[in-house]
Design a binder for this molecule. Structure first.
Ligand code: NDP
Ligand code: 2IT
Length: 444
């Protein structure tokens, strides 16, 4: 059996009931087959792939907090420190009832390659909890965040592990966690990114993932002779990534006609009104059913459906495995040109293959959504030098990073004979730097 197949088999066997982690490992290792085969003897002897798929360290902890009725609630907290070969662990904190160790491991594993692709010195990590911020009062969210950080603060630090936002963790949650870290550890340092602007946050971090997605998408299309202006776009999600993706796509002259949340989706033939969406989601924290009050000509549908609309470009920006084979078939039947992932692993393996087989340009999340973590690394730099850069400065660096990511993965795909396969290109380009650093640092 080949080394790659052996390690995939081990991962499935040793990590039962973690299907998302298996999926992420399969996608990466399958792409690396050509590189691994060229170095099989050495990699096998060094157990390089076994070291890559086993986190350096992982923590699971109890998070007790008191709700508004005086009832004690208990959630589970996680932090997986996956790989520190190229820098301190870096990655978000997800707060969602679906969170379990397998989800955090898939996200942490992806983060290793994503962070490497940014070209910045950050290793891979991820954390979170099965806590659901939805419907909770501000006080309850603060109680949870303080309890969560009371334990997490033992494992993190500005030079060791720097968490940030993800699903369910926005500026409010980061603020409460930062306050608690400072109180317990007694140090004022850039231990979290995505902070508010008054206490060390970076301009453009809020916008960075969505903007970055569009900078990369535009560059990829341009390289293939396609202009993004005038194109119709479907976006899923209505959170941080989706909102700023819609905003930037609209600025680039494209028309975004959909967005969604966990209960339903909106079709707005005139183009999504970003100001209305921001008010509904960022200010009121309400459902998308409200959107019709702002835009009477739009439609609201319960359940799934954004991928049934005829568009040129699809940008999944909600969650994992939200675009399956049936969705891919529908998109292809409707003539989609490109699918670029704003979320982490939103496309199933079968759907990805179908899109690629049908000549749809497909860019995986670890490249397309890397603008968020890249700007987090820029926030770390600003914190270290105790300076704040202007919005324009950060945004210009972000654009440069996204354009470079695309060309690096495009070049890697070509170098190994997989021209146009951006999944293979991203995985190889991300892997090369990490492996080089791991080998230089000996067996650790
Ligand atoms: P938010 O919490 O701001 O928004 C998430 C959006 O996705 C909401 O509209 C939410 O709907 C929807 N959603 C979440 N879970 C589900 C689900 N199980 N089924 C259907 N819809 C769901 O998160 P972000 O925008 O920050 O994150 C979105 C994706 O982007 C995630 O995959 C995340 O890992 C990834 N990402 C985020 C980065 C960042 O900087 N924030 C950076 C790189 C990637 P509802 O509100 O109804 O739950
Ligand atoms: O998935 C991701 O890259 C994020 N949630 C952002 C991580 C970060 O450290 O900014």
């Amino acid at each position: 059996m080949s080394y790659v197949d052996e390690v995939i088999e081990q991962v499935v066997e040793k990590n039962p009931a973690q299907p998302e982690f298996h999926q992420a490992v399969k996608e990466v290792l399958e792409s690396l087959r050509v590189v691994v085969e060229a170095n099989e003897e050495k990699f096998r002897k060094d157990a390089l792939l076994e070291r890559l798929v086993n986190p350096e360290r992982q923590f699971t902890f109890r998070v007790p907090w008191v709700d508004d009725k005086g009832q004690v609630q208990v959630n589970t907290g996680y932090r997986v420190q996956f790989n520190s070969a190229i820098g301190p662990y870096k990655g978000g904190l997800r707060l969602h009832p679906s969170v379990n160790i397998g989800i955090i491991k898939f996200l942490g594993f992806e983060q290793i390659f994503k962070n490497s692709l940014t070209g910045l010195p950050i290793g891979g990590g991820k954390g979170g909890s099965d806590f659901d911020p939805k419907g909770k009062s501000d006080r309850e969210v603060m109680a949870f965040c303080q309890s969560f950080m009371t334990e997490l603060c033992k494992y993190i630090g500005a030079d060791t592990d720097v968490p940030a936002g993800d699903i369910g963790t926005g500026a409010r949650e980061i603020g409460y966690m930062f306050g608690q870290y400072k109180r317990i550890r007694g140090v004022y340092e850039g231990v979290l990114t995505g902070k508010g602007l008054s206490y060390g946050g970076s301009l453009a971090r809020t916008e960075a993932t969505g903007y970055g997605l569009l900078y990369l998408t535009k560059e990829m299309l341009k390289t293939n002779g396609v202009d993004i202006a005038g194109k119709t776009v479907a976006v899923s999600g209505a959170g941080n990534v989706a909102i700023y993706a819609i905003q930037k796509a609209t600025e680039m002259g494209a028309k975004v006609v959909t967005c969604s949340d966990s209960t339903g989706w909106v079709y707005d033939p005139e183009g999504i009104d970003v100001a209305a969406l921001k008010e509904i989601k960022e200010v009121k924290r309400a459902r998308l059913t409200e959107y019709k009050n702002y835009r009477p000509n739009s439609e609201y549908h319960e359940g799934k459906g954004v991928w049934s609309v005829k568009v040129d470009i699809a940008l999944p920006c909600a969650t994992q495995n939200e675009l399956d084979l049936e969705d891919a078939k529908q998109l292809v039947a409707n003539g989609v040109i490109a699918v670029c992932e704003g979320a982490n692993m939103p496309t199933t393996l079968e759907a990805t293959k179908y899109l690629q087989d049908n000549k749809v340009y497909f860019v995986p999340g670890k490249a397309a959504n890397a603008g968020g973590v890249a700007t987090s690394a820029l926030e770390m730099s600003q914190n270290s030098e105790r300076l704040s850069w202007t919005f324009e400065e950060v945004d210009a660096k972000l654009q440069n990073i996204m354009v470079n990511i695309f060309h690096n993965l495009d070049d890697a795909a070509k170098k190994y004979g997989f021209e146009g396969n951006y999944v293979v290109g991203a995985n190889i380009a991300g892997f090369e730097k990490v492996v080089d650093a791991m080998q230089a640092q000996g067996i650790c």
